[in-house]
Design a protein around this ligand. Structure first.
Ligand code: ADP
Ligand code: MG
Length: 336
């Protein structure tokens, strides 16, 4: 007999959910109860993942479980928040057969491995039949003055990015046969697409150091545009200084720019910080074994607009000689 909705929830989710300090009541009642920490805000973020749009239906379920939570934790990281808890709404295609049960097993393995690493507790959700879709909501905790908001960039701040950009889009293009990548690079490049690491430790380390931050989920061009527009400033970015893998550096410049600027799915942090913070940031990079690269500077809005060749974004992209580029770069947009 196929398992009921409640057996499924119990077997794959309720039993595996841990207890946490902020969780007064977990899965099983009409609501979960979260205790907010004194003097802190709850940080809340939701992300939806739809088969065929955000992931291939036949992607390895363990990596899907990891990634579904990772993309949500990435938003907490970009806010400088400590993860507390999450909910999981799941729509599963009929029938729940042996293959789907094996899928659920691997999916929940990937999900809980990352949840346990970050002490983020599953506190509830919803389970229905329908096209394969995942919707997670994460809850975190942050002191009001420490939240890294998008609108906080200051003129003359350095613009930084963590890790490397573009490998996730490079892997996607390889799967879609838009281009090919050398065999020896494939494992690392695919890992970037399927196993992104949310930069929680970096987000926490940036509290009191960075001004504005965002996670790069839709391509740097789009995400940095959110920072400058919200902060009412401009920016100049040296396009050839964007950190990228050897695999990506071998591709034609047009593909490099597409992957680093418009690609998406990087889940690195882009942030701004005063120049005086450079030594502290170099120390953070060493402590976390995570490259942090300075890619540009925040400008007064009028200066960016007067020099800009690609209107609307307030970002001046320059080549290795400091010359402004005439191309227009956009982030990923589901509706464009
Ligand atoms: P309700 O009908 O009140 O929404 P449900 O019957 O949908 O409750 O769910 C019962 C309990 O199981 C609730 O506590 C809910 O949060 C939890 N739950 C349902 N689906 C999931 C899931 N996929 N993961 C975790 N908890 C779940
Ligand atoms: Mg329900």
């Amino acid at each position: 007999m196929p398992p009921s909705e409640f057996n499924l929830i119990d077997h794959y989710f309720t039993r595996r959910a841990k207890k946490g300090r902020a969780v007064a009541l977990g899965i099983g009642d009409d609501c979960a109860l979260l205790t907010s920490l004194p003097g802190e805000h709850l940080a809340v973020s939701t992300d939806m993942l739809i088969a065929g749009r955000h992931f291939f239906e036949d992607v390895e379920p363990r990596s899907l479980g990891h990634k579904a939570l990772a993309v949500n934790l990435s938003d907490l990281a970009a806010m400088g928040a400590t993860p507390l808890a999450f909910t999981l709404a799941l729509s599963l295609p009929h029938p729940i057969d042996a293959a789907r049960l094996a899928w659920l097993d691997a999916f929940s393995d990937g999900l809980f491995a990352l949840a346990n690493t970050h002490h983020c507790i599953l506190i509830g959700g919803d389970t229905t039949a329908g096209p394969l879709t995942l919707c997670l909501t994460v809850f975190g905790s942050v002191k009001p003055e420490a939240a890294l908001q998008r609108g906080a960039a200051v003129i003359d701040d350095d613009v930084w990015v963590s890790g490397i950009l573009g490998d996730a889009r490079l892997a996607l293009g390889d799967y879609r046969q838009e281009w090919t990548i050398e065999e020896k690079y494939k494992p690392a490049v695919r890992r970037a697409l399927e196993w992104p690491e949310p930069r929680i430790a970096l987000g926490l380390a940036l509290r009191g150091i960075a001004h504005a931050a965002i996670d790069v989920s839709d391509g740097l061009a789009g995400d940095l545009a959110h920072i400058v527009q919200r902060s009412n400033v401009g920016a100049t970015i040296a396009i050839d200084q964007l950190p990228r893998s050897l695999a990506l550096a071998q591709q034609p410049v047009s593909i490099q720019r597409l992957c680093t600027l418009s690609g998406g799915d990087d889940y690195e942090l882009c942030f701004t910080a005063p120049k005086a913070m450079r030594p502290r940031l170099e120390q953070i990079s060493t402590d976390l074994s995570l490259p942090l690269t300075r890619i540009g500077t925040i400008l007064p809005l009028s200066e960016a607009i007067s020099q800009e060749r690609s209107p609307q974004t307030n970002i001046l992209w320059t080549d290795q000689n400091g010359r402004p580029l005439t191309e227009v770069f956009h982030g990923f947009d589901h509706f464009s």
